[in-house]
Write a protein that binds this ligand. Sequence first.
Ligand code: ADP
Length: 355
Amino acid sequence: MSATREVVLDILGNIIDPISNKDIVTAGMVRALTVADGAIRFVLEIDPARSKAMEPVQQQAQQELEALDGVTSVSVVMTAHSAAPAPPDLGAGKKAEPTGPQKIPGIDRIIAVASGKGGVGKSTVSANLAAALAAEGRKVGLLDADVYGPSQPRMLGISGRPSSPDGTTILPLRNHGVTLMSIGLMTREDEAVVWRGPMLMGALQQMMSQVQWGALDILIVDLPPGTGDVQMTLAQKAEVTGVVVVSTPQDVALIDARKALDMFDKLGTPVIGMIENMSTHICSQCGHEEHVFGHGGVTAEAEKLNAPFMGEIPLHIDIRLASDGGAPIVVSKPNSKQAQAFRTIARKMIDDGHA
Ligand code: ADP
């Protein structure tokens, strides 16, 4: 028998999880399955306490799939779902299910904004998309989860500490039609924060479950660059509607963007699309256009990776000045070409049913 997705699922559907006694497909443990050119890859999601018991299951899957005709490689990655911490209280005495990604009460969609490397404009895009979606009438929240360099308070002109009247829930702050919570609001701007893994997870979970977001159509999550713990935790704990990957057109940025896309694929998070930032430099003096970092690299990459291309944002000094001044360009110069580039992407997200 040769390997197709159906054949692979059929084989995995006959392998029994010794703990639940269900087959591993029905038990929802098989995630991010890809079958392409003889290479089979998937993630086996397990409880870390059961990793020993699951080793024979992993081996059985590996051996049975390797025996298929035309299979050149089989990669079964076991990912440990950490033992769930205390589930967030959903009110009315209800507790969330302790495992698997959860919906955040009151929030319709969660859209993560990611990048392979830092400095490509992920936070700028997050802030402007949030403001642009708010301008389209959406109720928008922004969670600044860029724990290594939280910049949203500055970009949205928000300062001060969020209050917690009851000592448990946290009231987010709001500006330009966007409700914001940022790790940067919990620390001093000049304070270097060295996050240890568990602390980081705790902070992220707190920002997701204890913040009174109110009813939101969309929560945009500005992720740290790269492929680390925050991305994993978010995808495993919250039901993420999709991820937008921001990149500049240069090869070096694209290589990292590809890694980020690959990780989200493994985590089972749908990719909404890619955005090319700093696409064309527009001189603020003469309007001359120049491709500082190349041009079209992200379009080509998106096509290659079969990810939708969502649009491009020019490199223009006004975009940086607006962000530094605490009002994203979408708000401070709404009629500029630069602001319109963000508005076009926001409208595309709405038209495509993502926002
Ligand atoms: P990241 O979140 O990917 O680290 P930032 O959004 O913080 O990147 O952007 C890095 C710097 O580049 C910031 O100073 C920002 O104002 C600037 N920047 C981002 N996008 C643009 C753009 N399209 N035109 C001009 N400056 C930009």
